[in-house]
Ligand binder design. Structure first.
Ligand code: ADP
Length: 477
């Protein structure tokens, strides 16, 4: 995996994300501007197309009312009918303006609309109550401006004018409201834009800091990778050197040892003359020592073969119950000689597993040999099979070898699997290689050896095996 490319890709995608976020904010700002334009335009249009012409028209009608009333007064004062005609033509103009003002009023704010409606009602009322005939009579009889009919006309006229002023004020109020609304929207929009601007800046700064961190992290990861790589290279070189050394061992050490053993045997057989009994004993000890050394070399060679992949498995369907029983039988006499009771918990049925029987047998023999070797008499060694289903490993089976020996302290339980490691003070001779090779073979079989022990209460070694390939793939040790 190329971490530089990985981190580069990540940085690329980060900057893509930044651009995306900033673009999103820009689109948001733009959308808001468009909305503000629309809203402000609508409010402005409302003022220009309805409020302003309505206010003008109310003013004009107010002016027309004034002219009409002065025409009537002119008539009352002079009896000149020209004034009445003047009133008529002004009234006709006023009537023509009613529907126009009504259309504008419908589009105004409710209060302004109501005030305009009241003004129109009072205007109409003024004309209806004018009782023009009586005015005409009053006018022809001579000017009398305090006649009741004139006073009545004046009263309604005054109210109509008040209503007109009220309508003008409400329309102005509405116009002012609209303008304030527009100002509010524009101010809010400015605030939001400033906020979006700072937000974009903040995001850009934050992302660039994050990018810096990711870059630093990527560099650190790359350094670690290189460290791991060089450690792996060193290990590979060490393994290769070790394999080379061990191959050399075979040739340079094992062969001469075998030759030495051969000569020692010749002496033992008396082919170079009869040996005194004491010398025969010494020769026997020399041969035991030579065979011990050859055995160590053989185990090392085997470990080497497992490590280098030279040991090929031969998988077949095996009845594990039968296999375990056979191994147990082979050890029966050794256990008996050691004064131990050997127990086999027969599962009572075949347990078929796809594995290499020779390798399983080899591991089981090692575990059993250790149990017998380290358990003092009188004691017990028990072998049993168990499905690992209960422990959350369906498709696995384990062979348990339990003894009543001294057990292994918890701090030693990992180390006993190390090469040449022996628990300090071990009472029985050994090489410290049996568990190492057993664990390597268990791994090769896709399984594991685990250990449970309480010092003074014996030990249980468990050989876990997958029953088929799929089960092996599911578990990581
Ligand atoms: P060896 O038995 O040749 O010393 P092993 O690798 O088989 O080498 O075992 C490593 C060590 O683990 C032994 O030296 C012993 O101290 C300890 N050990 C192994 N099996 C048992 C056991 N069943 N009970 C107690 N100790 C054990």
């Amino acid at each position: 995996m190329d971490i530089r490319r990985l981190s580069g890709g990540r940085l690329g995608s980060e900057s893509g994300r930044v651009v995306g976020v900033l673009l999103g904010l820009a689109v948001l700002g733009l959308a808001m501007l468009v909305w503000v334009q629309g809203r402000v335009g609508a409010l402005d249009e409302d003022v220009r197309s309805n409020a302003a012409p309505a206010e003008d028209l109310v003013g004009e009608m107010q002016y027309m009312l004034a002219r009409q009333t002065s025409a009537l007064r002119g008539y009352l004062a002079s009896g000149d009918t020209t004034y009445l005609r003047q009133y008529d033509s002004l009234h006709a103009l006023e009537r023509a303006a009613y529907p126009v003002l009504e259309v504008y009023a419908a589009a105004l704010a409710p209060e302004a609309s109501a005030d305009v409606a009241e003004f129109l009602t009072l205007s109409r009322e003024w004309h209806r109550r004018l009782l023009l005939e009586e005015i005409a009579a009053v006018g022809s009889a001579g000017a009398r401006l305090d006649a009741p009919v004139v006073l009545l006309e004046q009263e309604i006229y005054r109210r109509a004018l008040d209503a007109a002023s009220g309508a003008t004020l409400s329309i102005r109020e509405m116009t002012r409201d609209r303008h304030m609304h527009i100002q509010r929207i524009e101010r809010d929009a400015r605030l939001i834009l400033v906020f979006l601007f700072f937000l974009s800046g903040g995001i850009a700064v934050f992302i660039s800091i994050m990018n810096g961190r990711i870059r630093a992290l990527a560099l650190e990861t790359e350094e670690r990778r290189m460290e791991v790589q060089s450690a792996m290279d060193r290990t590979e070189r060490a393994v290769a050197a070790r394999q080379h050394l061990i191959r050399g061992f075979t040739h340079d050490v094992k062969n001469p040892l075998n030759v030495a053993d051969g000569y020692a045997d010749l002496l033992r057989l008396g082919l170079r003359g009869e040996l005194p009994a004491e010398q025969a004993v010494v020769i026997g000890k020399i041969r035991t020592a030579i065979r011990g050394a050859v055995e160590i070399i053989d185990t090392l060679l085997e470990i080497n073969r497992v490590e280098s992949g030279g040991l090929k498995l031969e998988l077949q369907s095996v009845d594990l119950a039968k296999l375990a029983e056979d191994v147990l039988e082979e050890h029966a006499w050794i256990a008996a000689a050691a004064g131990l009771e050997l127990i086999f918990r027969d599962p009572g049925r075949a347990i078929i597993v796809l594995t290499d029987p020779d390798r399983v047998r080899q591991v089981l023999k090692n575990l059993l040999a250790n149990a017998v070797k380290y358990t003092p008499s009188p004691g017990k060694v028990k072998v049993q099979l168990d499905f690992a289903r209960e422990s959350g490993h369906p498709g696995w089976v384990k062979i348990l070898v339990t003894d009543t020996g001294p057990g292994i302290a918890s701090e030693e339980q990992e180390r006993v699997f190390y090469e040449f490691y022996r628990v300090p003070g071990a009472s029985v001779p050994g090489q410290g290689l049996g568990l190492t090779i057993s664990q390597r073979i268990a791994h090769l079989l896709g399984g594991e050896i685990t250990l449970r022990s309480v010092p003074g209460q014996g030990a249980t070694f468990e050989l876990w095996l997958p029953m088929h390939r799929a089960a092996a793939a599911r578990v990581r040790w």
